[in-house]
Design a protein around this ligand. Sequence first.
Ligand code: FAD
Ligand code: 2HG
Ligand code: ZN
Length: 468
Amino acid sequence: MPDFLTQARALLGPSHVLTTELAAYATDWRGKFSGAPLAVCRPADTAQVAALVKLCAACGLSLVPQGGNTSMCGGATPDDSGQQVVISLSRLNRVLEISPLNNTMTVEAGCILQNLQHLAAEHDRLFPLSLGAEGSCQIGGNIATNAGGVQVLRYGNTRDLVLGLEVVLADGQVLNLLKALRKDNTGYDLKHLFIGAEGTLGIITAAVLKLFPAPRAKAVAFAAFQTPQQALELLGLMRGAMGDRFTAFELMSDASVKLVQQYFPASPALFGQSHPWHVVMQASDGGAQAALDQAFETALESALERGIIDDVLLASSETQARELWMVRENISEAQQLDGANIKHDIAVPVSSVPAFIDEVLPLLQAAYPGVRPMIYGHLGDGNLHFNVSRPAGMSTPDWQAETDRVNVIVLDVVARMQGSFSAEHGLGQLKNHEMALYKTPLEIDLMRRLKNALDPKGLMNPGKLLPN
Ligand code: FAD
Ligand code: 2HG
Ligand code: ZN
């Protein structure tokens, strides 16, 4: 077997093969998983990624692709065998082309999402993927997890934003699908195999992304109301009034808003009294600000008159809009600061969300008196983050020991409602075991056959996505 470290250093340069101070690469964002990689390699381009994959294969070493390491499921965290190589894509951060006429940009996988949003804006375009981790996650990681975020309602998931891909396969071959085509029915659409595959089928090195016209006007509001059913009524009313201009509709329980206010004291003051539920919502378009404001305000007035909402705050400046959004975007971080929580990233049909909440809450409260569910998420997509914080007085290890039981309570209801046990974060090493419970044997068998066809030696991110 070739000496991996010597050859990797010759290939990438010694400073790009790290064997010490690996904690930032070896531990996940939540601090839930950590491993012991043999090395962290930082290739500079697609050719180096391909050569590195070939070297790993020759040495019989498995590899873990890593972008911004913001996975919620330990997807980018190596195991503790000392036999896995983390391949960090951070140095593949070039923009290869931006074409306002085609409404596309071609970028390397290690580009930070927020930088791509800014780049699009500089060209008077919108790249609509938007999520709390956008300042550090990479487009390769977004594609590998088929990330969702807060504008799926209008623009779809990452899968809908990718026109072309370049992928290094498990044997080191480079599959170049970097086409900027809106139509191409020439056989199986191979790029979709790698989108959402969590690095188990290949390493994404570049992508062609869709751009949209840059909005000229934007309206943001934060509303308070009594029941999830009213949130659905509000969603229907706002979509009816605003049509395609309605881009985001994010639900938050009062407990999750209060948690943000507790851990982020600079959060904006909201309403004079408590309300059980809140949403932050956004509309945007290419027309005049006054016209958008008028349509938005008229729709909200109608919601108030009909008693759908109790109260509403309209952002009167970009700063205020950002502050209102930060209440929503800081919930993850606030939960992280608050200690252990058992996360569920579920989806049910949008119309079933109120029934789902009504069914699960009493079951949890009966099993764990004093439990603190933090319910929030992308209501417009039927996707809730149903993250259950430990009951007051229970220790973190005792609560973590309840994970399987809590999962069954929540996920069995999801399954009965024909839902998904992982709507946008993927499976990683946190939820791959649930596959065996909630996917059919035929689905799992087909996935294994795909995996074996593309990665017969099982070297690409083993232990993730598929059940062990
Ligand atoms: P990593 O964490 O590095 O990797 C994620 C997975 O992709 C791993 O399996 C890894 O092996 C694989 N991977 C990474 N890069 C490549 C590549 N180039 N080729 C092949 N495989 C690769 N997700 C949502 O969907 N919606 C949200 O609203 C959302 N909000 C978040 C908010 C916060 C505060 C945090 C911490 C995370 C959030 N996430 C969200 C989860 C996370 O999935 C996203 O942040 C992001 O898509 C992951 O990108 P990354 O570059 O950090 O990937
Ligand atoms: C969000 O929508 C993210 O804020 C993170 O998907 C959710 O922390 C979570 O569970
Ligand atoms: Zn989310």
